[in-house]
Design a protein around this ligand. Structure first.
Ligand SMILES: NC(=O)c1ccc[n+]([C@@H]2O[C@H](COP(=O)([O-])OP(=O)(O)OC[C@H]3O[C@@H](n4cnc5c(N)ncnc54)[C@H](OP(=O)(O)O)[C@@H]3O)[C@@H](O)[C@H]2O)c1
Length: 275
């Protein structure tokens, strides 16, 4: 492990694994920030943080489950202090749009005295094939407490490209990039595009928030997670139905369109139910 090592927190997650792949392909020394890594990193166990940071020069921070949850700002703050003490020079924070807690965590990183870049993102397209909505897509009905809400879904490949640029190039230091895809879609539109790409009839049901919450409770989901989904669908999504230019500013190219995402994901067979 050299002192050019980059710690990727969430190295098995949607953006972290892409960031890690790209860094390793470039021959950069990466430390896996995962609960199952040789040197484990666990947000729920602060005693693991110092060892994971030791010897790292830069850190890609992805908080789990979401910067919107209570306690996230304190955790990012403590991690930032430990990173400074460990001699880390640069922090790249994955953040979310239109979230008050996420913006507080951004400010902690910006005020750290270390080099920083904020990668503030819209809803990830990959939630439909690598995240919480895969099971419903496979089952043929996606039920969500939104109707006319429009979201500029962003592709995790674009997020990773921006994060890697921020970790490896100096001209992104001190910049906040707001990343969206190139198009606003309703969730109904998104599910229709997924169905078309997968060659399947996948329906979208707009459920009242009370019914949605009752359904999640019936399925036994933890109350914290239900709170988070309610918060995301009632307060975060849709209240910023506009495009941003973070991908263009950071990379000098257009972001990936949702139709290209859907085509590529469908080609992997991830949305084809097993017989
Ligand atoms: N998903 C979105 O649409 C979206 C949009 C904007 C912003 N964000 C931000 O992105 C971050 C999460 O991204 P995601 O939703 O795509 O999740 P994700 O990165 O796919 O989450 C899975 C990762 O979280 C790790 N993890 C789970 N519990 C952990 C714990 N206790 N300690 C350390 N690592 C843990 C897992 O690692 P191991 O299991 O290997 O330990 C895995 O690498 C959040 O901070 C959120 O604010 C998400």
């Amino acid at each position: 492990m050299t002192n050019n090592t980059i710690l990727v927190i969430g190295s098995t997650g949607k953006t972290g694994k892409r960031v890690e792949d790209q860094l390793e392909k470039r021959g950069i020394s990466v430390r896996h920030g995962s609960r199952s890594a040789d040197i484990p990193f666990d947000w729920d166990n602060p005693h693991t943080w110092a060892a994971a940071l030791a010897g790292a020069d830069k850190v890609y921070i992805t908080y789990y489950p979401d910067l919107a949850v209570p306690g996230s700002v304190e955790a990012v703050s403590k991690l930032t202090e430990l990173a400074k003490a460990a001699g880390v020079s640069r922090l790249v924070l994955l953040s979310g749009r239109n979230e008050a807690e996420a913006e507080k965590a951004e400010r902690v990183v910006m005020a750290s005295g270390l080099e920083w870049t904020i990668v503030r993102c819209a809803f990830f397209a990959q939630n439909f094939n690598e995240g919480a909505w895969l099971d419903e897509v496979l089952a043929g009905t996606v039920s969500l407490p939104v109707d006319q809400v429009q979201e500029p879904f962003v592709d995790a490949d674009d997020i990773a490209d921006v994060a890697v640029a921020a970790l490896t190039e100096d001209h992104h230091v001190g910049l906040l990039y707001e990343l969206t895809g190139p198009r606003l879609l309703t969730f109904r539109d998104a599910v229709a595009e997924i169905g078309a790409a997968a060659g399947r009839d996948i329906s979208f049901v707009s459920a009242p928030i009370e019914d949605y919450t009752a359904m999640l409770t019936k399925y036994g989901l933890p109350q914290d997670f239900i709170w988070l989904l309610n918060h995301l669908f009632t307060e975060v999504l849709g209240s910023k139905a506009e495009l941003a230019d973070g991908v263009q500013r950071a990379l000098g190219r257009e972001p990936k369109d949702f139709a290209d995402y859907a085509r590529e994901a469908a080609a992997t067979g991830v949305w084809t139910p097993s017989a």
